[in-house]
Design a protein around this ligand. Structure first.
Ligand SMILES: [Zn+2]
Length: 246
């Protein structure tokens, strides 16, 4: 591990256009479950999977909210862990130019990352599905307490989270990230993603070199410097090693 860590730190130290790419595994140590993990997998439950779609939100908005709103409210309370903080730290010292994340938990921004593309959206606010007016989560919490889900906009439209549900188009940040990465990406630091969710994982192909920090194997391991284990332990070690080599 020490040799691999040194190799990864050297790559980060010499790459001038490096970006992080993160998935659920960067946030599990903040108490947010990885839905695709065996055992804990929310999406391995076919009923829930079929409910997390744009169609289900339209068809059964009350049921949709009853299932997902309590989770989102919990995610909104989550705090960044050492992996998020170290990624922000690598940006602060000029070793990362931004972070592309598959997560909707907002923890990179909370950790201080400045350039963040949330390709599956975020939970900072809700948005009306009819008039697109933003709404606060307080509207949804109030509707939950009153037993009056789904929350509705002044215009009568159902308010929805600003996240990408199954079967929906990617968030505008996806195209923004794509445009930037196409201009050149010397290195991608992948943290906590099994690189199995498309089209997000397709962004990896723009990178000249890869570092992968993940608990499980990925389809790109043979092209990468792989650091296997806890993101909350490894990414801070990487930051320390990069700082130490300056
Ligand atoms: Zn509206």
């Amino acid at each position: 591990m020490d040799r691999k860590l040194a190799e990864a730190a050297a790559l980060l130290s010499r790459s001038s256009r490096a970006y992080a790419f993160t998935g659920a595994g960067v946030s599990t140590e903040s108490g947010i479950p990885d839905f695709r993990s065996p055992g804990t997998g929310l999406w391995s439950n076919p009923k829930l999977l079929s409910l997390a779609t744009g169609d289900a939100l339209q068809r059964e908005p009350a049921r949709f909210y009853n299932v997902f709103l309590p989770q989102w409210l919990a995610y909104r309370q989550a705090v960044p862990n050492p992996a998020h903080k170290a990624i922000a730290g690598l940006e602060a010292i000029g070793r990362l130019s931004g972070v592309v994340t598959q997560n909707i938990d907002g923890l990179h921004r909370k950790a201080g990352s400045q350039v963040v593309w949330e390709v599956h959206g975020h939970l900072r606010h809700l948005v009306c599905s009819s008039c697109q007016r933003p709404a606060s989560f307080a509207v949804a919490e109030e509707a939950l307490q009153k037993g009056a889900l789904p929350p509705r906009c002044r215009c009568g439209g159902v308010v929805r989270p600003d996240v990408v549900l199954f079967g929906e188009a990617m968030a505008p940040d996806f195209d923004r990230a794509l445009t930037v990465l196409r201009q050149g990406c010397e290195l991608m630091l992948i943290v906590g993603s099994s690189l199995a969710v498309y089209p997000a994982a397709s962004l990896v192909r723009f990178a000249d070199a890869l570092i992968i920090v993940n608990r499980d194997p990925t389809p790109y391991d043979d092209q990468a410097v792989v650091l296997r284990g806890s993101a909350g332990e490894i990414v801070p070690e990487l930051l320390k090693s990069v700082v130490g080599s300056r």
